[in-house]
Design a binder for this molecule. Structure first.
Ligand code: CU
Length: 135
């Protein structure tokens, strides 16, 4: 028990100057506690929450690629490259539903849970796609 608290004390002593250095002196106290709570690694937790962005084109009345695999936290973005309207409506595994949108229009949806998703464009029978969301 005593050794543990000594180690904690050492870590605290080591962490404080690092946090102070990171501040550059212009913003005195407020950000320090945040940096210590993040273990002094701003890339870590933030980078994981942000996730990647995966683009799906709507072109020649199909989704390209028609099947994608994304991770929880990733954002899927549909971009309409055709000169007429499309939409992206989840049929199974999720509940997103875009408006109809034309050339250059986009729709975004963020994957929040793992699973298999089937979606379609309701304007064009057979224009189907799938998203496999993994941890
Ligand atoms: Cu369509």
């Amino acid at each position: 028990m005593r050794r543990l608290s000594m180690i904690a004390g050492l870590l605290l002593i080591m962490a404080v100057p690092t946090a102070l250095l990171g501040c550059g002196g212009e913003q005195p106290s407020a950000p320090v506690t945040d940096e210590v709570a993040n273990d002094g690694n701003p890339e870590g937790p933030d980078a994981k929450q942000t996730g990647a962005s995966v683009e799906i084109q709507m072109i020649n009345t199909s989704f390209e690629p028609a099947a994608v695999e994304v991770s929880v936290g990733d954002t899927v973005e549909w971009v309409n490259e055709d000169n007429f309207d499309h939409n992206a409506i989840a049929e199974e595994g999720a509940d997103f539903a875009s408006e109809d949108f034309g050339n250059g229009g986009t729709f975004e949806w963020k994957a929040t849970a793992p699973g298999e998703i089937a979606y379609t464009c309701t304007l064009h029978p057979g224009m189907d796609g799938s998203i496999n969301v993994v941890e």
